[in-house]
Ligand binder design. Structure first.
Ligand SMILES: O=C(O)CCC(=O)C(=O)O
Ligand SMILES: [Fe+2]
Length: 344
């Protein structure tokens, strides 16, 4: 089982209820009101600030330097010139729209089984919050056929072909970015077996829907978190994602048409000895439904992640070495405290 599947298995999700039938709700239920959670209230920052994450063209000869700089200063950037066909990105969005547009009884046929990471359900981070998020998701790990057939016993093929093609292309793009980043860390990609053979690494594709919300200033689409990945690549044509920037607060990321949003995850943060920022992010909701697709990439579970030591990344390790599996378990139990628990 891949490390990400393991992560979801260890989450306490089985104790959680199923997503709301959003189509039938006219007012925000008490269970979904986040306003009281003071500094985390989404109400405080709906507008774009004076600063925003950099936009980088992968075809630019200076892209490697800009990517490293963005990983350090923001932990997130928008990527253009990435080579993922626009048509494929549009197909992913329209297939997600079709899926989440199904009647609730139909969607529940693909509900995640207890201990299973794939299928329809609440956000994986739900167990760590006492309020519910205005969100429904569909998680794909490996082949999507099993759950998709439960949704569309006959017409599952179009959805599956689109998602498999997207997963393959995003995995290759992620590995291209990892090679660029590893060079700066002085890691020889040729010596990293799981990267060289593209074997064993663990990926998940998370389709997110944030339904039209009757009271957006009091609801939370996706609560603040960092990703348990090396790198995450996100697509959404609608704004809603906010990233936390020290000294500036929550910044709305305004998607550039056709761009992908790349963010640093916890494993890259550890590997870079804390120099690359694992960016805290969240999603705010509006009166209009929003879709996104997040592609997570983590090394195989038995890989040991240790901070690199150098002049640029520090000569004293800030984190203990951890196995991917071990860290995933710690995150599954302690969520946002996980990184501080492995601090030296
Ligand atoms: O929907 C988004 O913009 C962000 C999704 C996200 O952060 C996640 O799935 O981990
Ligand atoms: Fe995320």
């Amino acid at each position: 089982m891949g490390a990400l599947a393991e992560a979801y298995k260890h989450s306490l999700l089985d104790k959680q209820p199923i997503p709301l039938d959003y189509g039938s709700v006219r007012t925000l239920p008490e269970s979904h009101i986040w306003l009281d959670q003071s500094d985390e209230s989404p109400y405080v920052a709906h507008s774009t600030g004076p600063i925003s994450p950099p936009v980088i063209d992968l075809m630019d000869p200076d892209a490697p330097r800009l990517i490293i700089q963005a990983c350090e200063t923001w932990g997130v950037f928008q990527l253009i010139g990435h080579g993922i066909p626009t048509k494929l990105m549009e197909d992913v969005e329209s297939e997600a729209e079709k899926l989440f547009g199904l009647p609730v009884d139909q969607k529940l046929k693909a509900l995640r089984s207890p201990g299973g990471g794939a299928g329809y359900g609440l956000p994986h981070i739900s167990p760590f919050f006492n309020k519910h998020m205005w969100h429904e998701g569909f998680t794909i790990m490996g082949s999507p056929i099993y759950h998709t057939r439960q949704l569309w016993p006959q017409a599952y093929q179009g959805f599956c072909e689109t998602m498999v093609d997207y997963q393959n292309q995003l995995k290759a793009l992620t590995e291209q970015l990892i090679r660029i980043i590893f060079k700066s860390l002085n890691i020889n990609s040729e010596e990293v077996d799981w990267l060289k053979d593209s074997q064993g690494s663990s990926t998940a594709l998370q389709l997110n829907s944030y339904p039209a919300c009757p009271d957006p200033t009091r609801a939370m689409g996706l609560a603040p978190h960092t990703d348990t990945s090396l790198i995450t690549i996100l697509q959404s044509k609608t704004s809603g994602l906010q990233v936390f920037k020290e000294g500036a607060g929550w910044i709305l990321v305004q998607p550039i048409p056709g761009a992908l949003i790349v963010n640093v995850g916890d494993f890259l943060h550890i590997l870079s000895n804390g120099v690359f920022t694992t960016v805290r992010h969240r999603v705010v909701v509006t009166h209009i439904q929003r879709f996104s697709a997040a592609h997570f990439y983590a090394p195989p579970g038995d890989v040991i992640v240790s901070p690199v030591m150098s002049k640029d990344f520090g000569e004293v390790p800030r984190y203990r070495s951890v196995s991917v599996k071990g860290y995933v378990e710690t995150k599954g139990k302690h969520f946002e405290k996980a990184l501080s628990l492995i601090k030296k």
